[in-house]
Design a protein around this ligand. Structure first.
Ligand code: AMP
Length: 207
């Protein structure tokens, strides 16, 4: 059976980590607008470059993001969608182009999110995630998996992290409420180790 899974949650809730595990477990496509936009940060659009929005912690305009998602989903049999939809207009667009099998919210307290975001380091080569305190690499600054350089995302500074959380509570919480009202949302406590959270998510997907 193919799976079409939507993972919702604030920045730092663990969507990227859990999506990668889900994609691996079920052999589905990991569709993430954040990574797609980071790979095309300097792309000229009629609204300017994605970078100008991302560095301020703001949302990139819907038409740019919708196009990325439509292209990615039309190529995928099953998928786990991460980082989209982030507002109600995107949620409506999504419901026009696909049906979902599971909608899961990763629930994490705001101060935990700030600690996770500001301590996060990512591999510049393979994208693996680390945390300076909670999941340090064996050698500081070096990826355990591929030996690549670990960097801090430009939007993981405390100021921009807090701005992104504001944007989440203002724009994306209505999306969460929308799926909750439809009765399809399943909430998962995201404050545990990645393996424990993954077990909880797998229970939801399979039941
Ligand atoms: P993320 O890696 O998911 O935290 O996304 C990083 C940044 O990319 C966000 O702060 C936004 O600027 C932009 N972005 C990612 N997904 C979306 C989306 N669905 N709609 C608008 N902007 C997005």
């Amino acid at each position: 059976m193919s799976h079409r899974i939507l993972l919702l949650g604030a920045p730092g809730a663990g969507k990227g980590t859990q999506s990668a595990k889900l994609a691996d477990e079920y052999g589905v496509e990991h569709v993430t607008t954040g990574d797609a936009l980071r790979a095309n940060k300097e792309m000229e659009t009629e609204y300017g470059t994605p970078k100008s929005f991302m560095d301020a912690g703001e949302l990139v305009p819907d038409p740019v993001v919708n196009e990325i998602v439509e292209a990615a989903l039309s190529d995928a049999d099953g998928f786990v969608l991460d980082g989209y939809p982030r507002n109600l207009d995107q949620a409506e667009y999504l419901s026009e182009i696909t049906d979902l099998d599971a909608v899961i919210l990763l629930d994490v307290d705001e101060e935990v999110l700030v600690d996770r975001l500001t301590g996060r380091r990512v591999c510049d080569d393979c994208g693996a995630n680390y945390h300076v305190d909670f999941h340090p690499p064996e050698e500081p600054g070096v990826c355990d998996d591929c030996g690549g350089e670990l960097i801090q995302r430009e939007d993981d500074t405390e100021e921009t992290a807090r701005e992104r959380l504001e944007v989440f509570y203002d724009n994306t919480e209505p999306v969460v409420d929308h799926f909750r009202d439809e009765g399809v949302l399943v909430e998962v406590d995201g404050e545990a180790t990645p393996d424990e959270v993954f077990d909880r998510i797998r229970d939801v997907v399979e039941n």
